[in-house]
Design a binder for this molecule. Structure first.
Ligand SMILES: [Mn+2]
Length: 277
C-alpha cells in the first residue's frame, strides 16, 4: 500500500487527473489523503469534490471547504470570486456536501498527522486531538450546521481568552483552517499570507514557535525520514520541509504546482498548473 498526501487542489481537476496519472493511481494499491481546500478558486470544484468523495481515503477540511458549507447552508454569502456555483446547483449536491461536512480537521496515520493549516502553540497533542474532535462533532449536529456562521471571526485570538464553547470552536476553526503565523505570545495572526521572509516582527510560523506545547512532546515516534505533520494552506511558503513538518500547498490555483507526497517511499511528485500566470 502506498499512501499519497495531496496538497490544496482548489478545483483544479485537470491537474488532479494529471497528478493521478503520474502517481499511476490504482485503487487497492494507493490510498489518497487530501490536505483540504478541495474546492474554490479553480474551474472544476464539482469534479474535484466528486472524485474525492468517490475515491479518496479521507480529506481534512480547509477554510474554502468550510466556506462552501456555510454558503450552501445559507449562513454565509457567496463572494464574487467564489467558483463553486457548479456544486450548489448540482442535483447530487446534498450527498457531496454531507460527505464534506463529515470530514475531520485532523487525521492521524501510523507515523504522521495531517492538517490543513496549523496547530495552536497553546495545545499539547491530546488537546490538538480533543479540539479537532470537538469541532468535527459540532459540525455534524443540526445546531452546528444551522449556526456555522457564528464560527466566523478573528476573536478570541488567544486560547486563554476563550470563555465559551463557541469561543473555543471559533478559535479551533481558525487554527485548523486559517493559521500561518503566530505572535510569540501565542496570539493567532489570521491575516498574514506572504512568504517566510516577510514574517512580521515577533511572529513565528506556527510550526516554528519555540515553546509550542505540541512540539515538546512528539505525537508519533516517527522514523526521521517520515514527516510528522503534513499541512497545506500556505501557498506562498511553497514546498517546505523542516524538522519533520512538510508543507504541500504549492499554489496550483495560482499558477504553481499540484503536489503529492508518498509517505512510504519519501517521494514528491508534482505537476505544473495548466494555466500558469
Ligand atoms: Mn486554505
Amino acid at each position: 500500500m502506498r499512501t499519497w498526501v495531496v496538497g490544496d487542489v482548489h478545483g483544479c481537476y485537470r491537474e488532479l487527473r494529471q497528478l493521478l496519472r503520474k502517481i499511476e493511481f490504482r485503487p487497492g494499491r494507493d490510498r489518497i489523503f487530501f490536505l483540504g481546500d478541495l474546492v474554490n478558486g479553480g474551474p472544476q470544484s464539482l469534479e474535484v469534490l466528486q472524485w474525492a468523495c468517490d475515491h479518496a481515503t479521507d480529506s481534512v477540511l480547509g477554510n474554502h471547504d468550510v466556506h462552501l458549507l456555510a454558503v450552501a447552508g445559507g449562513q454565509r454569502h457567496k463572494r464574487g470570486k467564489d467558483t463553486f456555483a457548479d456544486i450548489l446547483t448540482h442535483p447530487g449536491a446534498d450527498e457531496l456536501l454531507n460527505w464534506l461536512r463529515t470530514r475531520p480537521f485532523l487525521v492521524e496515520l501510523e507515523h504522521s498527522t495531517l492538517i490543513h493549516a496549523g496547530l495552536s502553540p497553546d495545545w499539547t497533542w491530546p488537546e490538538c486531538r480533543r479540539q479537532a474532535k470537538a469541532l468535527e462533532t459540532h459540525l455534524k449536529t443540526s445546531a452546528g450546521k444551522e449556526n456555522l456562521g457564528e464560527l466566523w471571526g478573528d476573536n478570541p485570538a488567544l486560547w486563554t481568552d476563550c470563555q465559551s464553547e463557541t469561543d473555543k470552536l471559533r478559535y479551533t476553526l481558525n487554527v485548523f483552517t486559517r493559521l500561518r503565523v503566530v505572535h510569540k505570545d501565542g496570539t493567532l495572526n489570521n491575516e498574514f499570507k506572504s512568504t517566510l521572509g516577510e514574517c512580521p516582527a515577533k511572529h513565528f510560523p506556527w510550526f516554528a514557535h519555540p515553546t509550542a506545547k505540541w512540539s515538546l512532546e512528539p505525537a508519533h515516534r516517527s522514523p526521521p525520514s517520515i514527516p510528522r505533520v503534513l499541512h497545506g494552506h500556505w501557498a506562498a511558503l511553497g514546498f517546505h520541509s523542516t524538522n519533520g513538518i512538510l508543507g504541500l500547498d504549492t499554489g496550483c490555483v495560482w499558477g504553481g504546482f499540484l503536489s503529492a507526497y508518498c509517505l512510504e517511499e519519501n517521494q514528491l511528485l508534482q505537476v505544473p498548473a495548466a494555466n500558469p500566470f
